[in-house]
Write a protein of this length. Structure first.
Length: 514
């Protein structure tokens, strides 16, 4: 888009659009500073810095919110909306549409509600951690009740379609346009097919070799391996870093400064490798955003679900493929040492694809993962909709785990208290994980159809074709299209469960001889 010129001071802006862009970019300078403080807190900050850091971040967050909700922002948006010449350019019109969306969301919540939510969730997070340690849901329940009450008010402030439900208003924050009905229409047919596949796998007599999943490799070697793989698949270390943290994440300030983290388990190389591939996928998306649109909606990721599709594709479609392992195995032996030479590429491919139903979402394999998400979706939809009391969550949680995954949840710590999300007031968030898996499979099928031999190329370390395809078809657009429009545009079809099922069945049936 030719009109985007970063760093135009607002007093010198020649056009309404340039003035709006300058206002957006200054806000992004503040919010990205906050992102850097986040990264620092998770990687380097001594614990003594915690209290001051919380104040720094609260101040920056308030400044960002005030600027986004300001009359000045509203006036700048209205001026461009009235500017026929600016609005005749589709990219500019999309930029203004998204700026309007953010402004309107920021103005819909009364400051008192924002404050109440921030205070309650910060206390609730603390109580959740205590309740989880003690495996005592009753201790957390009053806090969750407060949060749910606030979320229902929040949903009413945002509003939702007449034929929709409150949950939609919350999900829209993470996945624009997402509704419970649309999610259910994909999840409902997907659920029995996943359950059927998992049941067949459980009953199978053939088991993939998994010896590599208990093979000691010291952390420094794993770190070297992680950096090698991230760089090989296309993460640019001139514009990014990879560090250690307790929970892996992708952060940073803008497309030219992307911060990844991963964690290492000496007894399981696939932990670090999987999370590095995952976070690199997020990072490749961030680095692929349009540098000329920095600080504007056209230089930002479109949604959590689409973001997750990028991480899942590199982690699963690429990193759990036979071709990938035939490329990596000989190179890996050079890094982690000759002791691993007793494992063949096939052994390593098998070890990366073991399916084992369990209680914990973050430890779940590709086949069972989406069932964990479905449990959470069903529960939060019922709680926000008012058909389920908070007190009823543990019983429903345990029943759904038995039904969907065939496991008996031993306690609430390994049950409904395992995730931090609800304690932070994030409901409507979980489905973006499964949407990510669905988008990833659908995008990847299209990429394979348009680039014959793509997967075979992975065996030769050729990953740049896929990266370029993602850059052009997905990353470059920023928020120009909604997630649903993007899927339709890139794949020629609406979101469907079929590509994910083809991906899982095509891989797991031969591995388990079913
Ligand atoms: Zn992710």
């Amino acid at each position: 888009m030719s009109t985007l010129t970063p760093s135009v001071p607002s007093t010198h802006a020649a056009t309404n659009l340039e003035a709006l862009i300058a206002h957006l970019q200054e806000t992004a300078l503040l919010s990205s500073s906050n992102n850097l403080l986040d990264w620092d807190q998770e990687t380097l900050m001594p614990s003594g810095g915690l209290e001051w850091r919380a104040r720094q971040q609260a101040l920056l967050a308030r400044m960002v919110h005030e600027r986004t909700a300001s009359l000045e922002r509203g006036d700048l948006i209205a001026a461009v909306e009235a500017d026929k010449q600016a609005m005749s350019d589709p990219a500019s019109a999309a930029l203004v549409r998204e700026a309007r969306r953010d402004h309107s969301k920021a103005t819909k919540l009364p400051a008192s509600l924002v404050e109440e939510m921030a205070k309650t969730s910060s206390l609730a997070k603390h109580e959740w951690a205590q309740a989880r340690a003690a495996s005592d849901f009753k201790r957390f329940a009053p806090w969750l009740e407060k949060l749910v009450a606030l979320l229902r008010v929040q949903a009413d402030c945002y509003g939702f379609a007449r034929d929709g439900e409150r949950w939609d208003a919350l999900a829209d924050l993470y996945e624009p346009g997402c509704t419970a009905r649309a999610v259910a229409s994909v999840f409902t047919p997907l659920r029995p097919r996943l359950q059927g596949l998992v049941a067949e796998i459980k009953a199978a007599t053939k088991r993939p070799a998994d010896g590599f999943n208990d093979f000691f490799v010291e952390v420094t070697r794993q770190e070297q391996l992680s950096k090698f793989v991230a760089e090989s698949i296309g993460f640019d270390f001139e514009r990014g870093r990879l560090d250690r943290s307790t929970h892996p994440f992708c952060g940073g300030t803008h497309c030219n400064d992307v911060r990844l983290t991963t964690r290492y388990n000496e007894r399981c190389v696939n932990d670090a490798l999987g999370s590095t591939m995952h976070e690199s996928g997020h990072g490749i998306y961030e680095q692929g955003l349009n540098a000329r649109a920095i600080g504007t909606p056209l230089g930002e990721a479109v949604s959590l679900g689409i973001h997750e599709s990028q991480s899942r594709m590199w982690e699963n479609q690429v990193g759990r493929s036979r071709a990938f392992w035939s490329w990596l195995t000989p190179r890996m032996l050079g890094i982690i040492g000759p002791d691993a030479s007793r494992f063949s590429a096939d052994d390593l491919y098998s070890a990366a694809n073991v399916v084992e139903p369990g209680f914990i979402r973050v430890d779940a394999d590709e086949a069972t993962y989406n069932l964990h998400v479905m449990v959470r979706f069903e529960i939060e939809r019922a709680v926000i909709g008012g058909s389920l009391e908070v007190a009823g969550i543990p019983a429903l949680w345990n029943r759904l785990y038995k039904e969907m995954l065939g496991v008996d949840v031993p306690d609430d710590r390994r049950g409904c208290l395992q995730d931090i999300h609800w304690s932070m007031g994030a409901m409507g968030y979980f489905p973006t994980y499964t949407l990510g898996n669905l988008y990833a499979s659908q995008f990847f099928e299209t990429a394979c159809a348009q680039m014959p031999g793509l997967v075979d190329g992975f065996a030769r370390g050729e990953f740049s074709g896929l990266k370029r395809w993602l850059n052009e078809n997905i990353h470059a657009h920023g928020r120009r299209y909604t997630p649903a429009e993007l899927v339709q545009r890139v794949t020629g079809a609406p979101l469907s469960a079929e590509p994910l099922m083809r991906h899982l069945e095509g891989k797991l049936r031969p591995l388990y001889g079913i």
